[in-house]
Design a protein around this ligand. Structure first.
Ligand code: FPP
Length: 245
């Protein structure tokens, strides 16, 4: 058996704390987001280098439209810039990009760039990078439910099963996250991947997202390696299973 500590296959991150990072330095919140976008590149590379297969980042929630218009616009601009500047490099590292969420509310230019980046990286397999933008976990479950009902208009309530719903969820192409990380000190899931986080290990750190570097990622991996993932079973059952393998 390998003595390497278990690495998560799929990591989902809420990148929180950009605003506070800027405020601590008497800078506008938007500067925090610029710094945060640079952090995205760092963490994507670190994950690709470590053979992590799936990385999912919460960039913009359905609730973030409530922020001041200039902040919303900075976040959109950063996303465009990111797609423009970084995608070629990331693609050469084998990163495949997908965006989940209701993108119809985004400016046309951003929608077109997202589609182009998804298409240009569709053949890559090293790291599946998913950016959740105008995404909400409740929205995701609802849209999946609507698709099931459209496909089965006469469905009776007791005929509806999890396996009918899950193929219509936005991340049907990925295994469920093993490790969830939220930076910035808050301990909540904030309408991120509600369905998919059912058995995910939840890691919270006070580090603000712009300060979150590869050493912090390593800390999260070390914490994850100590977790016992029981998926509803008992510890004794897991030990028995290992011994009979
Ligand atoms: C939360 O910090 C962060 C966001 C709402 C946006 C995250 C966006 C980025 C990291 C940059 C763009 C992303 C990509 C993929 C290029 P906050 O503003 O809520 O911070 P606060 O809690 O300190 O106010």
């Amino acid at each position: 058996m390998s003595s390497e500590p278990a690495l998560p296959q799929h990591i989902a991150i809420i990148m929180d704390g950009n605003g506070r990072w800027a405020k601590k330095r008497f800078l506008p919140r938007t500067v925090g987001h610029v710094k945060g976008a640079a952090g995205v590149r760092r963490i994507v590379k670190a994950c690709a280098d470590r053979d992590i297969r799936y990385l999912t980042l919460f960039a913009f929630s359905t609730e973030n439209w409530r922020r001041p218009p200039e902040e919303v616009s900075t976040l959109m601009d950063l996303f465009v810039q990111y797609l423009q500047k970084e995608m070629a490099d990331m693609s050469s590292e084998g990163v495949r990009l997908r965006v989940i969420g209701d993108r119809s509310a985004f400016p046309q230019d951003l929608q077109a760039r997202i589609a182009a980046a998804e298409q240009a990286t569709a053949h890559n397999t090293t790291l599946h990078l998913t950016v959740a933008a105008n995404y909400g976990g409740q929205w995701d479950i609802l849209q999946a439910m609507q698709k099931v009902l459209v496909a089965n208009p006469n469905l009776k309530p007791d005929e509806l099963t999890e396996s009918m719903l899950s193929p219509h969820l936005s991340m049907a192409y990925a295994p469920e996250p093993d490790l969830f990380i939220r930076t910035g000190g808050e301990q909540r899931v904030s309408n991120f991947l509600l369905w998919q986080l059912a058995y995910t290990e939840l890691y919270f750190t006070d580090t603000l997202w712009p300060d979150f570097d590869v050493s912090h990622l390593q800390d999260a991996f070390a914490w994850y390696a100590q977790r016992e993932r029981r998926f509803g079973r008992t510890s004794a059952q897991l030990t028995d299973q290992t011994n009979t393998m």
